[in-house]
Design a protein. Structure first.
Length: 132
């Protein structure tokens, strides 16, 4: 069952950024999926380590302010390891949308660390880099 729950949390994480068809991104969902103390590490264009709110605020603005439209991202491959109450998921993903009026596409790699809490699996850390 752990693997199925981690699959669901991962799908929710990606789905929360989706604004296709005028849909608003679900930032509240991301706050629920992530531990309040979770860290997000981005490696490009420069190494940046963010807390949950530092990570969410600019993405919410980008996805709701009209610059990035019809956006979605999705897994294309993954490997998940679960040991007791911790899990790691290494994944490849694609993303697409319209950024500042131009078609926007890309690929990347993410590593998500999960912990099992009394409320279910939550994201403790995310690290990623975009391939382009």
């Amino acid at each position: 069952m752990s693997r199925t729950e981690i699959d669901a949390v991962t799908a929710e994480f990606f789905g929360a950024f989706d604004n296709r068809g005028g849909k608003a991104p679900d930032v509240a969902r991301l706050r629920r999926l992530m531990l309040p103390q979770a860290l997000v590490t981005v490696t490009r264009p420069r190494l940046t380590v963010l807390g949950v709110e530092e990570f969410l605020a600019p993405r919410e603005l980008l996805l709701t302010g009209g610059r990035l439209m019809e956006f979605s991202e999705w897994e294309t491959a993954e490997r998940t390891e679960v040991t007791g109450d911790i899990a790691s998921r290494f994944l490849e993903y694609r993303k697409a949308g319209v950024l500042d009026g131009e078609t926007y596409e890309g690929t990347g790699t993410k590593h998500i660390q999960f912990v099992r809490t009394e409320d279910g699996w939550r994201i403790a850390a995310v690290a990623w880099f975009d391939h382009q």
